[in-house]
Write a new protein. Sequence first.
Length: 445
Amino acid sequence: MHVTHVNRVRRARFRPAATLTGLTGLAVTALLGTALATAPSAVAGPQKAPAAATPACSAAYQIEQVLDGGTTWRMCWHYNTLSGLVLDNVSYQPKSEPKPIAVLTSARLAQVHVPYDDGEAEYDDITGTDFGQALQNLKPAECPGGTIKTVKVPDMGNVNGLCTTTRARGHAYRLNDDASTGGNGKLYSAQGKDLLVYTVNKASWYEYITEWRFSSDGTITSNVGATGSLSPYDYNGTDGKGWPIGKGATAYAESHSHNVFWRLNFGLDGSAKAKVEQYDSKVTPPRGNGSPTTKTTRTPVTKELAGDVADMRWWRVVSTAGKNGDGHPRSYEFVPGRSSKYPGRSFTKHDVYFTEYKKCEQYASDNPSANCGGTSVDKWVSGQTLTHPITWVNIGFHHIARDEDQQPMPVHWQGFSIAPRDVTAMNPLTPADLAGQNGVPGNGS
Ligand SMILES: [Cu+2]
């Protein structure tokens, strides 16, 4: 049972169209090679990270899962009436690490913005519907092989709404270590597993699956899956902004976008202080009979930034508190999924935002706190120096309905990953007899 859904209120919103991009004025500095050449320091072996140790939550709010290769993920969770599932104090401990490595202090959805193509409706599904209140009970079959936790939803009572389980993801690696690699003829092959943590929330006719995946190789992925039903009140898209989904040309589902935002508060190696870097690579076509060359530049993102995905561009958040066993600072790299960026609002115009932490800045749009210098994330990119960066990820999907969308609507996923970069000195799943090949792979001798 869930609450009766209030029909979505059609409302006009007025927002100034100004937008800022923090990249302006940033100096593009070091070459990639130069940057990395400074890495080895006096630190021998893994730096002693502040103890991530005991999670700051009671047993009912702890999630701990050992995966293939001995990787352990640990976290706490809690429930927020607006954005639903929140993960706290997420740490990663591959088998080779003596202690858990703190990764995220908190992670959750920060908005699902749904503008209709005809301009007549625009929703903030997280802050403007009963998304958080309408957490769904899950049947055991919806959480195969896992555990369904009870969630106390304010004003709603207990909901069997949080599934934690594991799922195979196929090959973690494969190496036929034969003569071609100077090897011993052995086949090294492993199948990987992910820890999955998910909830389902209703927002009017839609149901959103909020899914987090924690892989044995250190990768974290979040996806939002939209399913449920198309809104029957929107079968009026005969203005050229819809798609016929019934017999002939009568019922036209109005096209719309789902712009999903996440808020990530990193706590790499137990510290809120982190650096952000942007990398861009530029390919120069061949001259004469030569080959193309590629030059990669690193741009320290020292001030708040509204960033745009581009070919051969990526960002990473770098630890200031810990290095791996090779003396390289630990970091996590963004791997955005496919996105149809929606340019209709100032806050949807950019793919990623890095803002300096401020308590009142909680939702990417329609932020409820009044004294926050604007109600959307783009307004918070105001030139402040980043010491404790908050990362906002925007992944959009333009939904032009199709006959197959009824009924129920097949799940459509949109999301991103963060992948470890230099968190461990080698592949965290390296088998013992290849552990001697760090920087010195077999050479056939
Ligand atoms: Cu849709």
